[in-house]
Design a protein. Structure first.
Length: 264
């Protein structure tokens, strides 16, 4: 069946998903483009696939066929794809893991998307968003993650209360400062086995009440003529360094286990 009217109730509801309040109310969101649809499908999040008439995609899911006019209305980009999907939000995982990233007031969708993508690359277990951080299901965020949003545990919490609980559970809490604190490269391998890293707003950084809860502060050594780094770039560098330390521990342990196995 082909839907041709912009006034169709299903199409109206699709279009409402551009609004965060409707996404929050329904627990649904749209993705656009073959790559993102495939990534959402792999994660088990696709409810319906929306196709321009005569388009084909080799995925087993309910399909809704629409006109080019409707695709253009639903799309968030200048050159729309012929494939979209209606998805449901990923369920939160109760197990936080050993490597937690907290984002305090990150506002730019591109920055959040970059951070989510880097977090997946460098083995962050859970990303925690403050109430003031941009919606991860914003279309620009989704595109920037290149689908890694669908494979990452992301939760939203009141940060003060949440960090206080983490401290009770003996997580080391690392804040970030431009010039003070410890060079991230100076951390020991033990320091990175379990950590919470907090990154802040693009203009104002981490709020004072959150900084007061930190156990230590990290910074990135760089040319003194550069005042600061974009939060997406800075987060990626810090996560890389933290993951590098952890990886070296795992490699040593693997070598020890392999050697022990050969000796037996």
């Amino acid at each position: 069946m082909l839907i041709t009217s912009l006034d169709n109730e299903k199409i109206k509801n699709y279009n409402k998903l551009k609004d965060k309040k409707f996404r929050d109310k329904t627990g649904k969101f749209l993705v656009e483009g073959y790559h993102l649809v495939f990534e959402a499908y792999k994660a088990g999040l696709v409810d319906e696939i929306i196709l321009e008439q005569d388009e084909v995609i080799p995925l087993e899911a309910p399909k809704v066929y629409v006109t080019n006019e409707i695709i253009n209305r639903l799309s968030d980009v200048e050159t729309p794809s012929k494939v979209m999907a209606l998805c449901h939000k990923k369920e939160e995982q109760t197990e936080l893991g050993n490597h937690i990233l907290i984002l305090d007031g990150v506002q730019d969708p591109g920055n959040l998307g970059t951070i989510i993508r880097s977090s997946k690359a460098f083995h962050v277990d859970t990303i925690v968003l403050s109430e003031s951080t941009v919606d991860p299901y914003n279309a620009k965020v989704i595109r920037s993650t290149q689908g890694m949003l669908f494979h990452t545990n992301i939760i939203r919490r009141d940060l003060v209360t949440f960090i206080e609980e983490l401290k009770k559970d003996n997580y080391p809490i690392y804040g970030t400062q431009v010039t003070h604190g410890r060079d991230v490269r100076s951390l020991s391998e033990k320091d990175t086995l379990r950590y919470v890293l907090i990154m802040g707003n693009e203009g104002n950084g981490v709020r004072d009440e959150i900084l007061d809860l930190c156990d230590d502060f990290l910074y990135i050594t760089m040319d003194e003529s550069v005042e600061s780094l974009n939060v997406g770039v800075a987060t990626s560098i810090l996560l890389y360094e933290l993951d590098l330390k952890k990886t070296s521990i795992e490699e040593v342990q693997y070598a020890k286990n392999s050697y022990t196995g050969r000796m037996q």
